[in-house]
Design a protein around this ligand. Structure first.
Ligand SMILES: [Zn+2]
Length: 324
């Protein structure tokens, strides 16, 4: 079952200082992060350790225990066969690396720890957010991504209530630490992706199957934007002009075409929810190497994932189910 997708929905904030809970929109959170807003109860700003943070909406459908396994959950990955069966994390280690890690025994222990990690799925919004974040932070801008729709087994046992985001600094969760024996799914409050939404840490045995689509799909959304963007870019020279002046030696030369690419990007980003603009701008950056048409189609596909998810979801509806 699909839940309502709304990147711009209001969020619940909970203050660690005074305990008050209040509802805000994403523009408020944006101002808050720039120390332009404070807790309406006690006046704490984001600079304080006990400051308000997003929390789970009491009306979140993910809180309904008996529905969790009936919902569609989502995951984005650069792996074409997620969740990989019989995944051997040590398979690609060179003899030198194995030696540096302390020999076979240490490698086996490391591989066992990797294998004990939970899988993560979340809302559609969280999956898109995750992809943009990776394109932005982890130099995955040019990587091939896949969106997975995850179907849980109806027999999956869901842990009661929800946890605060249990990831360590690597984003890893050890399954046994969040799922006691007999339980295979734990809900947690996601702070980083679709902030305030519920994501799941789960074992592979809780997943019935997945559907997959390569993203972004181009030509799904185009109200004439692609054509106009290509015409605009092609009207400008792509000859690199060295930057002169004081900052010249720190700045790479750029072309008039790249300047227009920046402007087109900024116009699209401005139409998006405040908490996605920065990452979108980075993921959709125009590069001098890219053909204008190729860039415009890629960027319109990225934009459509947020502005018009129905296009992508209907594409996904037609994809085969793969048993996990
Ligand atoms: Zn407060």
């Amino acid at each position: 079952m699909e839940r309502r997708i709304d990147f711009s929905r209001e969020r619940q904030m909970l203050c660690g200082g005074c305990g008050c809970q209040f509802v805000v929109d994403l523009d408020w959170i944006d101002r808050w992060e720039q120390v332009e807003e404070s807790c309406p109860g006690c006046g704490l700003t984001c600079e304080h350790g006990d400051a308000p943070r997003v929390t789970v909406d009491p009306d979140d459908p993910g809180l309904e225990d008996d529905k969790v396994a009936t919902y569609f959950w989502y995951h984005t990955s650069t792996q074409p066969d997620w969740p990989t069966r019989n995944f051997d994390p040590a398979a690609d280690l060179t003899p030198e690396t194995r030696k540096m890690m302390g020999g076979d025994e240490h490698v086996a222990a490391w591989a066992a720890r990797q294998g004990a990690k939970a899988l993560h799925v979340g809302t559609y919004e969280a999956a898109v957010h995750n992809m943009l974040r990776r394109m932005h932070d982890q130099a995955d801008r040019d990587s091939k991504f896949y969106l997975y729709r995850v179907h849980l087994k109806r027999s999956a046992v869901v842990r009661e209530g929800w946890l605060i985001d249990p990831s360590n600094w690597l984003g890893d969760v050890v399954l046994d630490e969040v799922c006691p024996p007999g339980v295979n799914v734990a809900r947690y409050l996601n702070y980083h992706e679709d902030p305030g939404g519920l994501s799941l840490a789960l074992g592979r045995d809780a997943i019935a199957g997945v559907q997959r689509v390569a993203i972004p799909i181009s030509d799904v959304w185009d109200d004439g934007w692609v054509g106009e963007a290509v015409a605009t870019l092609e009207s400008a020279s792509d000859a690199l002009i060295p930057v002169t002046g004081k900052l010249g030696r720190f700045t790479r030369p750029s072309s008039p075409r790249a300047g227009l690419g920046l402007e087109l990007n900024a116009t699209l980003a401005a139409r998006l929810p405040a908490n996605l603009r920065g990452q979108f701008t980075s993921a959709a950056a125009f590069s001098e190497r890219e053909e204008p048409a190729q860039w415009a189609r890629r960027v319109s596909g990225l934009y459509a994932m947020i502005a018009d998810p129905a296009c992508l979801l209907s594409e996904l509806d037609g994809k085969e189910h793969r048993d996990v």
